[in-house]
Design a protein around this ligand. Structure first.
Ligand code: SF4
Ligand code: SF4
Length: 90
């Protein structure tokens, strides 16, 4: 299941840089999660990193995007294949 950000969000900006999949961005009024990119952090971390850092606990599961651990891992692998190559610094 992807996660979603509710209107309780106070736009504190701390979750966005923590997301390993670049799934979080600023929406019209508050931050939003792209369900096509959110793997619940499967493949990267044992716990959803955005939930760990959010000070107001406004990131529940998205009931419109129910996915099994296997589907989340498949999404992770798909994202890895389409990821832009990282710059190798010196
Ligand atoms: S659970 Fe992980 S992948 Fe999903 S939005 Fe949060 S930090 Fe990003
Ligand atoms: S950490 Fe929570 S309150 Fe802060 S921007 Fe992200 S969702 Fe909003």
């Amino acid at each position: 299941m992807a996660l979603l950000i509710t209107s309780e969000c106070i736009n504190c900006d701390v979750c966005e840089p923590e997301c390993p999949n670049q799934a979080i961005s600023m929406g019209e009024e508050f931050y939003v999660i792209d369900p096509e990119r959110c793997t619940e952090c499967v493949g990267h971390f044992g716990e959803p990193q955005c939930v760990q850092v959010c000070p107001v606990e406004c990131i529940p599961l998205n009931p419109d995007h129910v996915e099994s651990p296997e589907q989340l891992m498949a999404k992770y692998e798909r994202l890895q294949k389409t990821a832009l190559p990282r710059l190798v610094v010196g």
